[in-house]
Design a protein around this ligand. Structure first.
Ligand code: F6P
Length: 365
């Protein structure tokens, strides 16, 4: 029978459990055997108890949980060929040659490389006697599909990555809470949100939270922004606004690439506007906790489709199963990764329109 492995890799994201559950149950209902690979790629390399067969009930009561119950890891060993060779042996020994990986662009491009390298790894294992020739012949290829798990919404080509909606909801809840205390004291708040190099969470939180100013990495502000920001905040006060909220993406910089910290923004507001200002760094509360309804149902559909993709017998180039225009969509994996990595290059080159357009491509295309 067909044997499928599922793992989560990179930073956890709300909805990963829903995806794992859907992969497991879809595989089981198609008569396949399914294995959870614990602690991301590391479990595949370590083997042993790191790879466990799952039944229907093993993924019960996890749909509503944040994080990933099968663990995650940013594996350095998987970047080394020796690690991948051990991973291939552990999979072949268990008859697993189909994988669904839920992770960020790094985890997914690693998966693509692993699959390309697979035939070579398997012949090497057979030549050195670590697996039998029959085992090698039975598993000539590694079939795979990727799902994007990342609160950052940082893969170009898919409208939403798993976890982004929940993180955004958490941020907007925090903004609402901060707005009430800010208004009571007529204070300003500078809120730093996650997103690594991607400004999606910051920008959408600013829109959804009705904030006054936002700084994102894709569109670094031109010189003199401090003055423009303060003028904006002052206008709000004049119009009777009792709270001012500035959102800073953790990856925000100025046009020469110098990071703009929340503390710096606070200092600017205090010095120029003489306002009582507080900084709130939301941190990992954005990533933990309950997945939103969207992250549950969407990840369920994505996991279902990914399992069908790897269990099928049709030609498959190992796609990303993403979400586009309210539909589950197949994206060419390396093309999505390439377009994602163009964004920092656009920023570096000072082409901020291109950077914003690339990020927004999934919304307007
Ligand atoms: O990619 C998800 C993310 O939460 C980013 O927003 C953030 O930059 C990073 O992970 C934090 O990583 P860590 O959890 O390793 O501190």
């Amino acid at each position: 029978g067909k044997r499928l492995g599922v793992l989560t890799s990179g930073g956890d994201a709300q909805g990963m459990n829903a995806a794992v559950r859907a992969v497991v149950r879809t595989a089981l209902s198609h008569g396949a055997e399914v294995f959870a690979i614990y602690e991301g790629y590391q479990g595949m390399i370590d083997g042993g108890d790191g790879i466990r067969r799952l039944d229907w009930s093993d993924v019960g009561s996890i749909l509503h949980l944040g994080g990933t119950v099968i663990g995650t890891f940013r594996s350095m060993d998987f970047r080394e060929r020796a690690g991948r060779l051990r991973a291939a042996r552990n999979l072949v020994e268990r008859g697993i040659d189909r994988l669904v990986v839920i992770g960020g662009d790094g985890s997914l491009s690693g998966l693509n490389a692993f699959s390309a390298e697979w035939p070579e790894l398997v012949s090497e294992l057979a030549a050195s006697g670590e697996i039998t020739d029959d085992q090698a012949a039975a598993h000539p290829d590694l079939r795979f599909a990727g799902l994007v798990g990342s609160i950052d919404n940082d893969l170009v080509g898919t409208d939403m990555t798993i976890g982004a909606d929940s993180a955004l909801r958490r941020i907007v809840d925090a903004i609402d809470a901060l707005a009430s205390t800010a208004a009571s004291h007529q204070r300003s708040f500078v809120v730093e949100v996650m997103g690594r190099h991607c400004g999606y969470l910051a920008l959408m939180a600013a829109v959804a939270g009705g904030c006054d100013y936002v700084l994102v990495p894709e569109n670094p502000p031109a010189d003199g922004w401090e003055e423009r920001m303060c003028a904006e905040l002052a206008r709000g006060r004049e119009a009777g606004r009792r709270d001012s909220i500035v959102i800073v993406a953790e990856g925000a910089t100025d046009r020469s690439g110098r990071p703009i910290s929340a503390d710096y923004v606070k200092q600017v507001i205090e010095e120029r506007l003489h306002e009582d200002t507080r900084v709130t760094i939301l941190g990992h509360v954005q990533r933990g906790g309950t997945p939103s309804a969207f992250d549950r149902w969407c990840s369920t559909l994505l996991g279902h489709e990914a399992a069908l993709e790897v269990l099928g017998d049709h030609e498959s180039d190992g796609p990303v199963i993403g979400f586009k225009g309210n539909r589950v969509a197949r994206l060419p994996l390396m093309e999505a990764v390439r377009r994602t990595r163009e964004v920092p290059a656009f920023i570096e080159a000072g082409d901020y329109d291109a950077a914003m357009a690339a990020r927004g491509a999934s919304f307007v295309e």
